[in-house]
Ligand binder design. Sequence first.
Ligand code: FES
Ligand SMILES: [Fe+2]
Length: 448
Amino acid sequence: MHPLVDAENGTISREIFVNPDIYAEEQERIFARSWLFVGHESLIAKPGDYITSRMGEESVVVTRGRQGGVHVLLNSCMHRGMKVCRYDQGNTRLFTCPYHGWSYGIDGKLVERPGQLVGVPGFEQHYHGELDRTAWGLRHVGRIALYKGTIWANWDADAPDFLDWLGGMRAFLDFALDHRDGSEGSSEAIGGIQKWRLNTNWKIVAENFIGDLYHDISHRSVDLVGIGPSGGKGRRDAQRPRMQIGFPGLGHGGLGETPHNSEPDYAPAWALYPEVEAYYRELHEKRVRNLGDRPRVTMSVGTIFPNMSFHGRQPRTILMAHPCGPTQTEMWRIYLVDADAPEAVKDAARHYYLRYSGPAGMTEQDDMENWTYATEASKGVIARRLHYNYQMGLGHARPVPGLPGAVQNGPMAEENQRIFYNRWAQFMTQAGWDGLMPTTARALEDAD
Ligand code: FES
Ligand SMILES: [Fe+2]
């Protein structure tokens, strides 16, 4: 195990949150071989559409080719490394490098593979027609997975399948991505991507969203204000009892409900907007019909190792904590709605999302204050000699009936954080894939 992480006893050295050498190693050991969320298909709906995204510190272009396929390319010119795309999103047939003008095709008859080098200024005159253009296309990622509208990429072509990576966490991610009426998928990203930076380590963000219910006290002010869509107390409505549910050996987890077979009665959640309330009430009835007595789970918030977090219910959003240095993180939020929801419903959701999340969101601001001050107060020569404490609920985890590979603890516990840092330590100490994937998860699910 890693010398700085003692998840068995619930202590972790502060070094892993501030040390530049450890940070550099994480880029190699974790971000160069983990499945990373890079975008949502609704953001690149048409051929030639693209967004720029990130994988660890790398800038990537996520684009849709002429045949409809999704491609993820390193956003770095093969000549001298200039970013070939400096926009957040757009539609193009070609990325032309601003430095010396090499151009890479995305779409078009002559482009066999997106990212192919199609134009080199002075190819005949200066290169004497001798440059092997087929060898100098933009670098593709090793693997891509599309899952219910979400796009994931992995630099490592030998990485395990995405669904194995996800394991039993899949059911919880489904809750965020599926239609509120219980049918599969069909969520879309509303608006663009909110992006902002804050001075903290990326893991502090990931471990908060993996199930830190204990920090509820820091949201007291926003709870008193009451920003929920029903105008009552608190920042959400109809909160259900939650447990910490985590996946040892995979590193994922969140605050969710254990599997159950029936839908609780509808609880009004959008009382401030009668039209929206009526829509959700109707959806609830459809959901009851669609799901019948099939097992279902919900998750209010969770993290998929290493740095993708999501809120499943209120708000409904995906967060990426992109590392930008040991004590700097770039946050990206994508907000989800059912694609076929009426405009009024989308609009009400958008307003609620904005007052809750993002750089100006009242709840997110509370979290950001905690994370930035904790980082500031942890990086001094004295402070960093100490360890953080993760001992809550140590030794009290138990299996989750009906959910192979999962354990539950809590609702207040730090089991999921220990699971997350155990996974982190595994990646940091093991170079190959041997022994890195548990045999539980999909294998057990398939056997059911
Ligand atoms: S760096 Fe792109 S063409 Fe030279
Ligand atoms: Fe929070």
